[in-house]
Design a binder for this molecule. Structure first.
Ligand code: IVH
Length: 671
């Protein structure tokens, strides 16, 4: 018999776990700010499930084990899902997978065929196509009611706005997982970093933030992708199995996972799990396991679901690879924008396929939140195998000799007092000529997204600075072979290569130059908007704040930053050096050569997805020409709501007409 005391303890622990899990659900689903790893969450969840099984009388009626996720937030219009978006039961080893398979076999009275798919670490999305048109995208929310994020879903490159068929089903409802490819995630973080904005810790956080943006323009800047993994309703398509459905969806132009595979036996499914586990680090997106599903859709129906998860599917979770090592020190680096970022110096450790010896700690609050102390034994993981992350300290290994990290008051490079502005999460070095900022700026100026000067990496740039051969990026264009010959191990051939690369950069387009200057908040799209609007660096430098703010797609914050930048003496000096160094300051990239070159468009009526100016811009960016009146040479008339007489004229002249969906398809979505 169990003692009353142990019953008491179990009940207390259950209460505690319910509270904790609820808090983490909220952090994860509503705030996109998880505090613990998925593995830790799974551990809490499993503990609660085990305790509830042993002490059913202590189970809360509304326990998280009986529900899916958290409630939808108030930001978006609510959407009631036609059927609940369920979660999946997890298994962590072969024995539990065997148990699942036994239950399925017993439930059906026969051996089922299976389908295995990588389990993507992203966000679930419910998508509806009505008569072949993408009509709705909704997040999962609490499983019953989600959020209407259709505008954002329309920016997903891989999801067609129209199905590729002449006889679409009246209603097609599918579900899938929204995520970022690792490569896109890296590029996104680079862009954010270049614009002096905070970066994301992992692709999932980036995707979550993007999908629930109120401003679809921000979603557009985050290249989201999706793979579909569920079929809810497919009027008249007559799929009998999931594998048939996957092939059918692919034929309609919908994205399904290329690695999805049928398994005739459980052993084949296990082999698939092993295979994916081995290749995990080489996949182009993050996964946290493999989903194993019963293939026959009739059998799925027969098996049904519990309150939380279907009985016909299970997730084989792969643990994130974690290792422990020693946190030798916490140092602070100063970036190009002066941002002071603490980072961990680690005893080198092999994890997730690479040796890790440093890891960013993002900001001082993160260090405090994780309670990291110098000297700690820490757990390191490569979150989704992208960025090495210090998960936290191993408290049991504390000896008392560790010490607490204190953010320095002064810049570790130039000694200036670090400053923090109200609207800024980080402290920055205010000294614009701080060597760390100078080096960062020069490195950025030469980077691929900017002036693309090869053969001038961080080491060379540092040597040039040390020898006072350059002070800023403008001096690069005044370097001579004689000056470069003074660098160590820099032979004739290397000198020649570098000088050629520098010469090639003299006529880079204005937008690349603007990105290179590193004006705060100015990323590639703002730079393009500025270049197109003004046509030369001098005109941008002279522009008033009002003129800058009136540029389409710019906004007040960027306008202000640009205005401030060009009024600095150091900027004037730099631009003068560029001019004298033969750098062209007015090369605006031509828009010809796009897929719509030679096509002429007329736009009439109101488009719901973007302004007419924006539509024109999109067409022109692809090489098309936009005119105001319909003639014989018009290729297409784009027709929005309440079109004018141009529609009639087009119909009479027999000019092809594009509705809004067709237009979006042509320009590649509502970017
Ligand atoms: S099937 C009834 N397949 O994992 C739920 N889910 O942890 C059927 N997920 O909510 C889902 N990759 O959002 C399925 N290949 C895949 C998946 C997948 C990721 C997500 C899905 C689900 C969550 C459960």
């Amino acid at each position: 018999m169990r003692g009353a005391k142990s019953e008491e303890a179990a009940k207390r622990r259950i209460d505690e776990l319910v509270r904790e899990i609820r808090r983490h659900d909220h952090l994860y689903h509503s705030l996109d700010q998880p505090e613990i790893s998925d593995d830790e969450y799974d551990r809490l969840f499993r503990e609660l499930k085990a305790l509830e099984a042993a002490h059913p009388e202590a189970r809360h009626a509304d326990s998280p084990t009986q529900k899916v996720g958290a409630r939808a937030s108030e930001l978006f219009a609510p959407v009631r899902h036609s059927s609940r978006l369920l979660s999946l039961d997890n298994v962590f080893d072969d024995a539990s997978l065997d148990d699942w398979f036994d239950r399925v076999r017993r439930g059906l009275g026969r051996e089922p065929t299976l389908v295995c798919e990588p389990k993507i670490d992203g966000l679930s999305l419910a998508v509806v196509y009505e008569h072949g048109r993408l009509s709705r995208g909704a997040t999962r929310g609490d499983g019953e009611v989600g959020e209407d994020v259709t505008q954002n879903v329309l920016t997903l490159r891989s999801l067609p706005h129209r199905l590729r068929t002449t006889s679409p089903p009246a209603w097609l409802e599918v579900r899938g997982e929204v995520f970022l490819f690792k490569r896109d995630f890296r590029e996104l973080n680079e862009r954010l970093d270049e614009a002096g904005k905070p970066t994301f810790a992992n692709p999932r956080n980036a995707a979550a933030g993007a999908l629930r943006q109120k401003d679809a323009n921000i979603t557009r800047e985050r290249p989201l992708d999706i793979y579909l993994h569920g079929l809810v309703k497919a009027d008249g398509l007559g799929f009998k199995t999931y594998s048939e459905a996957l092939a059918g969806l692919a034929e309609l132009g919908l994205p399904v996972h290329p690695r999805a595979k049928r398994a005739q036996t459980l052993d084949e499914a296990k082999a698939f799990v092993r295979q994916i586990q081995a290749e995990r680090h080489d996949l182009d997106h993050e996964i946290d396991g493999v989903v194993i599903k019963v293939d026959d859709l009739g059998a799925q129906q027969e098996l049904g679901a519990t309150a939380k998860a279907p009985r016909w599917a299970v997730a084989f979770k792969l643990p994130s690879e974690q290792r422990t090592t020693t946190l030798r020190d916490i140092m602070v680096s100063i970036g190009r924008t002066g941002a002071a970022t603490p980072f961990a110096m680690l005893e080198p450790v092999f994890v997730g396929g690479v040796t890790v010896s440093t890891a960013t700690l993002h900001n001082e609050h993160e260090v405090a939140r994780k309670d990291l102390r110098i000297g700690d034994t820490v757990i390191v993981q490569r979150a989704g195998d992208v960025i090495p992350e210090v998960v936290g300290p191993v408290l049991e290994r504390r000896t008392g000799h560790e010490h607490v990290f204190v953010m320095p008051d002064d810049c570790p490079v130039c000694g200036a007092r670090l400053e923090r502005h109200e609207d800024d999460a980080v402290r920055r070095c205010p000294n614009l000529s701080c060597p760390a900022q100078t080096l960062g700026s020069i490195f950025h100026f030469c980077s691929r997204g900017a002036m693309n000067i090869e053969h001038l990496g961080e080491v060379r740039a540092q040597q040039l600075l040390d020898r006072k051969l350059i002070e800023d990026a403008g001096d690069i264009f005044h370097l001579t072979a004689a000056a470069l010959a003074t660098l160590p191990q820099f032979k004739e051939k290397s000198i020649d290569n570098l000088l050629k690369a520098i010469d090639g950069a003299r006529d880079r387009p204005l937008d690349k130059l603007l990105v290179g200057l590193g004006v705060r908040h100015v990323g590639p799209s703002a730079a393009q908007a500025l270049a197109r609007h003004f046509g030369s660096l001098d005109k941008i430098a002279e522009a008033s704040l009002d003129e800058l703010a009136s540029v389409e797609g710019l906004g007040d914050v960027i306008a202000e930053a640009v205005h401030v930048y060009f009024r600095r003496e150091s900027s004037e000096r730099l631009i003068d050096k560029l001019r004298r160094g033969g750098v062209k300051l007015d090369v605006v990239a031509k828009r010809s050569g796009g897929p719509l070159t030679g096509k002429t468009f007329v736009i009439t009526g109101t488009l719901s997805s973007m302004s007419r100016e924006k539509a024109q811009e999109r067409l022109e960016a692809l090489g098309g020409k936009v005119t105001s009146s319909v003639s014989k040479s018009t290729s297409y008339v784009v027709v929005g709501a309440e079109p004018g007489s141009k529609l009639e004229k087009a119909q009479k002249a027999g000019v092809a007409i594009l509705d809004e969906a067709g237009f979006l398809e042509l320009v590649g979505g509502n970017e």
